[in-house]
Each structure stands twice: as structure tokens, then as C-alpha cells.
Ligand binder design. Sequence first.
Ligand code: MLT
Length: 334
Amino acid sequence: YFSRILASTAIALSATIMSVGMADAKNFKIAVGDSGGSSQEATGKGFIAALEELSGGKHTATMFLNGQLGSEQDTVNEAAIGTLDMSLLAINNVTPFSPTVGVFSLPYVILSLEDAEKLTQGPIGAELTENTINDAGVRIIAWTYTGFRVLTNSKKPVKSVADLQGLVIRVPKNEIMIDTYKAWGISPTPMAWSETFAGLQTKVVDGQDNPYTTINAMKFYEVQKYVTNIRYIFSIEPLIISEQVFQELSAEDQAIVLEAGKAATAASAKFLREKEAEIKQILIDEGMEISDPENNEEEFIKLATEAVWPKFYDSIGGIEKLNAVLAEIGRDPV
Ligand code: MLT
């Protein structure tokens, strides 16, 4: 009799523990700027798989692709006030809210995937993560590596700065990128990411820049023909969580979210290493013509670095901050 009571008490008790345990189960909402097949989606998938595994199936997350939850810059505001849990977006769309992350968008600073991994996963990445919490109310928990932002346009092959003249190029609402095109002699058109496909399709703009994987995922080959392999920005796209939402989690769940973020970062690097060449070939098969800038891009590099770097020393935290970044990737100081 007693053992039966004990057994039923134990069942009731474990049911209580279970329901208490599951009561705070989460299904985080993740806004994603890009569509399926993008590197952002690869990061999101990596995050969700690790989150489910590390929490023993208690927590999950759902991605809302293709800017369904608003423009990338709007999602930072939403997360800051806690009405959105998470967002996957390009770092250039975080910069207006936390200027020091602009160091990752300065032209020709990051020259390889390895540079990007080193910088984001080392002390600089940790410092920028702190800064975005303080400045923008969002915490970076994972990094997506999307590759170099190449230039596309619908009108003509571009191999030199001279070829660029006369083209109307869309850029994100990002001062560094606007000034880079100005250094190349044209005045670009700032436009939200969520409006860019329509802008290209209706020919409000002739071109834009984004990595191969993004061009493919967004089907830009339907409205763009020519690709120039400029390498001015290596695109980095963080997964951010609302700091308010993060602080409401238990210490244990915070640790799980951070660990899942690390797995997501690794998934992103794997995706780029395995898929980039294949995706470039898809663009060619879809009819895009890809060319390299002449003279190893020297003119683009000289004009952009000379005009743009000094202009943004203050906003990135001083010339010494840029030098710390350059030192970490084995380059000479300015
Ligand atoms: C932009 O161009 O605004 C972004 O890089 C788009 C993206 O998130 O892929």
C-alpha cells in the first residue's frame, strides 16, 4: 500500500517538476533579413538545432525569413524594446545603432574568412558585443560569415572605377558604405534591404553589392547581369538577441543560448567553406557574367582606404581601435 502511495506521489511530483520545467519553454522568434538558402538561414538552422539539443528539447526557435518582420534596421529597434526576441542581419545594419561595429565594415580591413573568424571570435568581437548591449540593447550571440560583397549591376561590365561612373548603386543606410562609393566618384542610393529586390526590378537602381550566397538566395540573377569581384567588405551577419529577453532567462538558459550561438557560428563557417564555390557556379549558370577588377583592384583600394578610414576613426573608437584590429590579423598599423 505504502509503496503504491509512494509511487503515485513520485509520479505526481515528477509531473509537477516537468510542468514547472516546461512552463518557461521558449519558442524564440528570429527575424531573418534574407531568404531560404542564405548564409543567414544556415546560421539560424545551426542555432535552432543546438538550442533544441542543449535544452533537451525544451526550447526551440522559429525563423521568419525574407524580411517578413520588417527591415533589418527596424528589427534592431524591435529587439531593443523586447517586442522581438532575435534577428539575423548584416552588421552594416547594426552600425547606425552601435557605431563601433563599423570597424568591420571599413573598406579593405577584413581580407579573408580567417580574418573574419579571428576578429569576431577574439577579444575584439567580445568588446563589440559589449558595446552593442550598451548602445543598442541587443547582444550578439553568433556570427554569420557570408563572404565578400561583390558588385552587381544590370547595365555593363565594371572593371575599373571609371566604369562605375553613371551607375546608380543601392547601398544600405550605412555612412561608411555611402562614403566608400563617394570615394569612387559616385553618389549611391541608400535603401532598406527589404526594398532592394523591388528597387532593382523596377530599375530605380542599377546595381548593389552583396556576397554570392546572398545574391543567389535572393535570386538577384533575375534582375542583375554583371558581377565585379570587388572585395571591399567581407560580410559579417550577427545573430542578435534582445538584451531584455536574454536577461529574463535563467542563468542555465542563458548559458544554453550562448553555447547554441557558438554552434551556429561554426555552422555558418562550414556553410561558406562548403558552398561558396558551388553557389558562384549557380550564378554563372543563371547567366551572370563575373569579372575581376583591373590591376588587382588597386585603384578601388587606394581611393577607399585613403578617404574613408580617417573619416571614421572617431566613430569606431579611435585610430588605435583600427590598429588593434589590424594587429590581430597580422597587418601593419596606419
Ligand atoms: C544589406 O545589403 O542591407 C544587407 O547586407 C543584406 C543582407 O542582410 O544580406
